[in-house]
Structure formats: structure tokens, C-alpha cells
Design a protein around this ligand. Structure first.
Ligand SMILES: NC(=O)c1ccc[n+]([C@@H]2O[C@H](COP(=O)([O-])OP(=O)(O)OC[C@H]3O[C@@H](n4cnc5c(N)ncnc54)[C@H](OP(=O)(O)O)[C@@H]3O)[C@@H](O)[C@H]2O)c1
Length: 330
């Protein structure tokens, strides 16, 4: 699959991010510790971010809530001289700048956009998502605030995350929605029912977050118990106890196809997503430079019809994605 040219895609076909390789803004920023540990984390994050651009990623995903601003600052500082090489995407609506706080009021979104611009060190953000719909605020009002930000030249396009097809349609009636970001992988295929068809109908790019099933599909995690105490996945029902064991059959099929093709399981998971259609932008996350290279290699893997059939036939996992599903819009 050809890589999109950042300038051409953003400036040319508004609202369409097909063909991009995505990556998060390096999670290493959250590490807190001694001076040396911080220095190491910073160096590691710099390697990931610069290595991603060198490897051909053209789409970086961050959010105000990631490390409560730390992640945006990191992207801004590390890539300030390479700003024209990638689509810069960030998100609002889940923090007041100091704590986690779901709030989609127009005033909050406008204020936190200014704070994100300052942290990122840019005058405009290419793609700005409402991270979650705050159901206390009509979606039209939150998207209306984002439309004002487009008008003011602070953001170029609007995205949503984790909304249903009806909510997407309501939002799209207020202003063109460029992209919808929601979890999608062989571990999470719920969006195929009504959400993906709505995106296609409206010309909304689909950005697939957690495309490696939060690492599960890579086969490197053998039990939730081996994860750090603070690791989010310890709270995810599908990583818990018997569910983890039951869901392992998904990894087994992915690993089998990986052996047949000479690719890694991570590359198979990404190749499957890219084979679904050219309008899907996977954004695999990693803190390790070597995995940046490995993951972009998923683009070159060609799956045969029979391999796609076997991957498509995998039964859905057991267990919800989040312990608390209420912030999602289903
Ligand atoms: N909109 C939303 O609400 C939302 C929610 C979640 C995530 N996101 C976005 O989506 C991005 C990706 O999602 P994610 O990080 O949750 O899940 P992911 O990309 O599915 O998986 C990331 C995990 O897989 C591991 N990994 C990455 N490449 C690997 C490889 N080649 N082999 C083995 N393990 C590998 C990473 O560990 P290492 O770091 O050790 O490599 C990390 O633990 C996030 O960074 C964020 O930008 C958005």
C-alpha cells in the first residue's frame, strides 16, 4: 500500500486520511522516577518518534489526557523541526489540563485547544478529536465548538472517538467529520456492523486504535499477571483469568498465519486491518524503536484468500474491552 503524502492528503482531500501509517506519540513520557530513568525514557521516546518518521509513518496520534499534557509536549519538542512530515492528531474533552475529567462543553473544548496548541508548539492541529462524547452535552454543541476552532484556523479538521453511527451522523450534519477513531482489530470487530458502513457512506476516514489488541495479538503477553500493577490491561475483562485463556485461541490463529508467511504476529494483525480496505488507518502504539520498524513492515505482508478466510472466521473474544463501558456510545 502506498504511503500518503501528508501535505497532499490534508490540504487536498479534506476529511480523508487513507493511506497513512499511524503511531502514538511514544508512551515513554509517563515514566516517573530518578533523573537517569527520566533521561533514559526521554531518549527512548525520541528514538521512537524520530525513528517513526524515518521509517515512513506519516500520522501521529496524541491527546491532552496522555500523561496529562506530557505526551503532547514531548511530540512538540522532539519533532519541532520535522512538523511538515506528518499529520498531527490530538484529542480533547477528557481532561481539564490537570486531572482526568470528561467534559465536552464548548468553553472547555476551546480553552483546552489553546493549551494543546501551546504544548505542541504549533499554530494549528491537523486533526482534532473529541476524545469521548460527554453525554451531558448535545453532540451538536461539542462539534459546534470544534467547528468554531476550524473557523478560527486553530484546527484543520474534526474527529470523533468511540461514537455510534447515529451520533456520527448528527455530528456530521453540523460539520464535516474527517475521521472516527475507535478500537478495531481481530480482537475487536464490533464496529463492522453499523459504524464502518456509516463512515464509508459519509466519507469519514476510520482510524483503528489498539490495532494490536493492546498487545494481545502479538502473543508476547502470556497472562495478565505478568503486566505491571498499574497497567490498564489488568482492569480489562478480556485480559482477566479464564477470559484470557479462552481468548488465546485468537492468538493461535494469528501465530499460525505468521509462521506461514514469515512475518511476525504483530505484522499479521496489521496486515489484516490494511486488507479490510484502503480507508483504514491503524495506529499501533509502542515505546520501542525496534517495534516501530517491525510494525510498519505489516504494510508489505500479503495475506492469501485462505489466510484471510481463517482470520475472518475467528470467533469474537469473551469479555468487554473496558471494565466500565458507560463512557462509550453504543
Ligand atoms: N481514542 C481512544 O480512546 C484510544 C484508546 C486507546 C488507544 N488509543 C490510541 O491508539 C494507540 C495504540 O493503541 P494501544 O497502544 O492501546 O494498543 P496497540 O497498539 O494495540 O498495542 C500496544 C501494545 O502492544 C505492544 N507492541 C507494539 N508493537 C509490538 C510488537 N511488534 N510486538 C509485540 N508487542 C508490541 C506495546 O508494547 P511496547 O510499548 O512495549 O512495544 C503495547 O503494549 C495509542 O497509543 C493511542 O494513540 C486511542
Amino acid at each position: 500500500m502506498a504511503l500518503g503524502l501528508v501535505g497532499a492528503v490534508v490540504g487536498g482531500v479534506a476529511g480523508h486520511y487513507a493511506g497513512h501509517h499511524g503511531l502514538l506519540g511514544a508512551a515513554a513520557g509517563c515514566v516517573i522516577g530518578q533523573h537517569e530513568a527520566k533521561k533514559h525514557a526521554r531518549e527512548q521516546a525520541e528514538r521512537v518518534l524520530k525513528g517513526a518518521l524515518d521509517a515512513g509513518y506519516t500520522f501521529l496520534d496524541t491527546a491532552a489526557v496522555y500523561g496529562l499534557g506530557h505526551n503532547e509536549r514531548l511530540v512538540g519538542e522532539v519533532l519541532k523541526d520535522r512538523r511538515d512530515e506528518f499529520v498531527l492528531a490530538s484529542k480533547c474533552g477528557m481532561t481539564d489540563g490537570e486531572t482526568r475529567d470528561l467534559n465536552g462543553s464548548p468553553a472547555r473544548l476551546k480553552r483546552t485547544c489553546d493549551e494543546s496548541l501551546a504544548r505542541l508548539g504549533v499554530e494549528v492541529i491537523d486533526l482534532y478529536y473529541l476524545h469521548r462524547w460527554d453525554k451531558r452535552v448535545p453532540i451538536e454543541d461539542s462539534v459546534g465548538a470544534l467547528a468554531d476552532l476550524v473557523q478560527a484556523g486553530k484546527i484543520k479538521s474534526i474527529g470523533l472517538s468511540e461514537v455510534s453511527a447515529p451520533t456520527l451522523r448528527k455530528a456530521h450534519a453540523v460539520h464535516q467529520i474527517a475521521a472516527l477513531q475507535t478500537e478495531y482489530s481481530l480482537f475487536s470487530r464490533e464496529i463492522e456492523g453499523s459504524i464502518l458502513p456509516a463512515c464509508r457512506e459519509l466519507g469519514v476516514s476510520f482510524v483503528a486504535y489498539s490495532p494490536l489488541g493492546r498487545g494481545f495479538l502479538t502473543g508476547r503477553i502470556r497472562s495478565a499477571g505478568e503486566l505491571d500493577e498499574a497497567d490498564f490491561r489488568r482492569t480489562s475483562p478480556r485480559f482477566a483469568g479464564d477470559n484470557f485463556t479462552t481468548n488465546w485461541r485468537i492468538v493461535q490463529v494469528v501465530e499460525q498465519v505468521a509462521v506461514e508467511t514469515g512475518a511476525t504476529p504483530a505484522q499479521i494483525a496489521l496486515a489484516w486491518l490494511l486488507a479490510q480496505s484502503g480507508d483504514i488507518v491503524p495506529i499501533p502504539g509502542t515505546r520501542r524503536g525496534e517495534r516501530v520498524e517491525e510494525n510498519v513492515g505489516g504494510d508489505a505482508v500479503e495475506l492469501s484468500t485462505s489466510q484471510l478466510d481463517r482470520l475472518n472466521a475467528i470467533e469474537p473474544p469473551v469479555g468487554d474491552r473496558y471494565a466500565d463501558m458507560t463512557p462509550l456510545n453504543r
